[in-house]
Design a protein around this ligand. Sequence first.
Ligand code: NAG
Ligand code: NAG
Ligand code: NAG
Ligand code: FE2
Length: 501
Amino acid sequence: MAVVTTRQSMLFQVILAFVLFLSILNNVNAGITSTFIRSEWPATDIPLDNEAFAVPNGHNAPQQVHITQGDYDGRSVIISWVSPDEPGSSKVHYGKSENNYEFTAEGTVNNYTFYKYKSGYIHHCLVDNLEYSTKYYYKIGSGDTAREFWFETPPEINPDTPYKFGIIGDLGQTYNSLSTLEHYIQSGAKAVLFLGDLSYADRYDYNDIGLRWDTWGRFVERSTAYQPWIWNAGNHEIDYFPHLEEVTPFKNYLERYTTPYKACKSSSPLWYAIRRASAHIIVLSSYSPFVKYTPQWTWLREELKRVDREKTPWLIVLMHVPIYNSNSAHFMEGESMRSVFESWFVEYKVDVIFAGHVHAYERSYRISNIRYNITSGDAYPVPDKSAPVYITVGDGGNQEGLADRFLDPQPEYSAFREASYGHSTLEIMNRTHALYHWNRNDDGKKLATDAFVLRNQYWANNQRRRKLKKHYLRSIQLKRIGYWLIRSKGSQSIVIHRLHP
Ligand SMILES: *[C@@H]1O[C@H](CO)[C@@H](O)[C@H](O)[C@H]1NC(C)=O
Ligand SMILES: *[C@@H]1O[C@H](CO)[C@@H](O)[C@H](O)[C@H]1NC(C)=O
Ligand SMILES: *[C@@H]1O[C@H](CO)[C@@H](O)[C@H](O)[C@H]1NC(C)=O
Ligand SMILES: [Fe+2]
């Protein structure tokens, strides 16, 4: 038996540490598959009589209150709600101080049936010409069942304005969904980029479909009444039920959730764009035609030309079906959209693309597969500095549970993946830097798990900025802060991994 002296063992440890250090520095493509296994809470919907779905007291009290941005630049909101018993009033009373509603806006009211379910009276009211960076209080409904809420308008469009977005996908209405929503509310973010698949009401049948759209509206009100959710439709919004003679896609969704699509010259509420603070956000519809010459394709081509990185440095795209996904769930489903739009995403230097659909978390490196052309070219994604980072956040916590079968081995394009529930935040600091987090629901606790500094694709590649950055980059080559390992590499993003204690 060999006798290992203390000195030899120390030397060995030093060499081991050095090798580990080198592998961290050099092996850019060593993706991480998290070994975290969540002790799963049942993926069942919260029962109808649970307080998470509480109906506000009183006759015709407004419920399911939600707001979204109402115009291109953030000076309007659309306030929507349901009056359960009678049409009631579509007026919104609002003002800049509590209990002092100096202004009034008039909205519309509509109702519809889905099979034999009769909806409540759905109001949508545009409140426009607001001041930037201002807190507004608003009141809807009438008499002693009127209800009051507030929201804050974003700062004026400006390239260096800080702003914090939340990112949530595939939420549903289970106890896991509740945990995600509560953690999101604690994050301090100001608006939600929602990645599609809202209520999962289509998992029910007959009149329960409409009822579960209602419970979801009441469930998310704790956030949606106070800050805009930027909506995006997923497959669970299609609601295609031939046996109930309900065959109009997106019927429940479009009656209830509106988007400011006309402000950006879109012809459909399913695809549109908004600008908010320092970000230009493009919402694409995975379940509407997008091949060449279709309305969505034509619109996107024009919208990308309108992007002005001098005014809104951050170009963010939302879609439901991920283009780069290494989970066996929904594998390759994004390939059709990739083949149509990927070259534009690279040409226009999109910063980040968020998708949902796959019930897990995954982040890619900056890669593209635009050279592939059927007959030749690389048929495999390659590192591409102009490509976006692709992030899947389909882990809101719906009743279908987690997608825990990742392809093995992990493809080189995949940087980090984990099958557990959570939400993300993107905190824009200025035109060059944004701090990104994915926050795992760790059995009820919120735990930042994947984090990195996203460097802006337009400004980070700019000569002037690069000079400015040199000093900054040199100063943080590799640092350990608490459990975070921070590294920087040329003009690439600075990646931070969480180390095990
Ligand atoms: C809408 O509401 C009106 C007035 O209460 C009612 O007469 C009508 O039947 C409703 N329509 C639908 C489609 O439910
Ligand atoms: C396909 O790609 C190859 C290799 O990059 C290139 O030589 C060829 O011209 C391309 N074909 C077409 C039709 O674009
Ligand atoms: C943006 O913020 C980062 C982090 O605070 C800072 O290092 C950088 O210099 C800022 N960039 C500009 C252009 O102000
Ligand atoms: Fe989906």
